[in-house]
Design a protein around this ligand. Structure first.
Ligand SMILES: *Cc1c(COP(=O)(O)O)cnc(C)c1O
Length: 361
């Protein structure tokens, strides 16, 4: 593309000298030295018998942090969401969600394939649903239509660029849903990012939802694992479905030990990730051909449009890769960059320098 400022040899040399800056996702974070030590030293048992002390500690601590009765360790966020959907619904139900929701776009139709439910997807600005958008889509005891079985919300919203629910909007949805006898499940894969932005506790911003899934394996940096949080009754049922779906694990305390450190230590680093994302967004926004609204970058996800550069997202990501910068093409002309603790400010500057180079006309 634009080889005038750096010869291929120079590019190759730079690539060798420095490790890549990986902005594809916050899932790429590697366990910290403290996590690795905790994993090596974890006290373990058979978790299918409920005898793994590290798992039990992690579950108790997650429940406590969210101010709930119980929690359950699950291998992935995808399984956590599926278990929650299965627990709250019956086959033939519809699940209300936002069109860009992870459960609608990135979970291989599992709610239909496995739980027998159909998504009733509603598009919303910045991925943020309101009760006014949801209400007309409700179907309860309709003579010709499937019953709504669950409302699902995503906070932060991944596809919308890490947008955050105003707590009063989320709570109003819960209040109205409950008035209709409906449950609300929260895909809180990045709920700690939302709480960091809102400067509130995760318990405060999730008070009214009926169940929460959050990921230990994203910005919190654990190698594997997500949690479901809710009432004792919900978690008891969820526990049975986790086993049904093949998610009963044995000496999984080696993972839970890392998860516990992620839960205790990592949230305090998220504000720095958000500052890096904002810095990245503001500088990208000033580059010709790139369009994004930096003011909307409030957590760790930066999504931008590259149509004006005359190149596709895949072309730009390909050129960035040659310069040691990894980013994800999200659509034909959209790129996503996600900040996390394995990328510092110097890494952000490298990414910006590479972007200037590959988008220069
Ligand atoms: C990553 C993610 C999940 C699923 O997590 P996995 O552990 O990758 O299965 C669910 N919801 C959202 C919003 C996510 O970003």
């Amino acid at each position: 593309m634009h080889q005038s400022t750096a010869t291929q040899n120079e590019v190759d040399a730079a690539k060798k000298a420095l490790p890549p800056v990986d902005l594809r996702s916050d899932t790429v974070t590697k366990p910290t030295p403290a996590m690795r030590r905790a994993m090596a030293e974890a006290e373990v048992g058979d978790d299918v018998y409920g005898e793994d002390p590290a798992v039990n500690r992690l579950q108790a601590r997650a429940a406590e942090i969210f101010g709930r009765e119980a929690a359950l360790f699950v291998p992935t966020g995808t399984m956590g969401n599926l278990v929650a959907i299965k627990t709250w619904t019956q086959p033939g139900h519809e699940v209300i969600c936002e069109t860009g929701a992870h459960i609608n776009q990135y979970e291989f139709s599992s709610m239909s394939f496995v739980a027998g439910c159909m998504p009733r997807a509603i598009p919303a600005a910045d991925g943020i649903l309101t009760w006014d958008l949801i209400e007309p889509m409700l179907q309860i005891k309709h003579p010709h239509k499937a019953d709504t079985g669950l409302v699902e919300l995503e906070n932060t919203h991944n596809v919308a660029g890490g947008s955050v629910y105003p707590t009063e909007v989320l709570e109003a949805i819960c209040d109205h849903a409950h008035d209709h006898g409906l449950r609300v499940h929260l895909d809180g894969a990045r709920i700690f990012n939302a709480a960091t932005y809102l400067k509130k506790s995760v318990a405060d911003i999730t008070r009214k939802v009926d169940s929460i899934m959050f990921c230990l394996s994203k910005g919190l940096g654990a190698p594997v694992g997500s949690m479901l949080v809710g009432s004792q009754e919900f978690i008891q049922k969820a526990h049975r479905y986790r086993k049904t779906f093949g998610g009963g694990m044995r000496q999984v305390g080696v993972l839970a030990a890392a998860g516990l450190i992620a839960l205790e230590e990592s949230p305090k680093g998220l504000a720095g990730d958000h500052q890096n994302a904002r810095h990245l967004a503001e500088a990208l926004g000033r580059m010709p051909g790139i369009s994004l609204d930096a003011a909307k970058v409030v957590t760790n996800i930066v999504r931008f449009d590259v149509s004006g550069t005359g190149h596709t997202a895949a072309e730009i990501c390909g050129e960035l890769k040659k310069r040691g910068i990894l980013a994800g093409p999200f659509a034909k002309h959209a790129i996503r960059m996600v900040t996390h603790y394995d990328v510092n400010r110097a890494g952000i500057e490298r990414a910006l320098e590479a972007m200037r180079e590959v988008t220069r006309k």
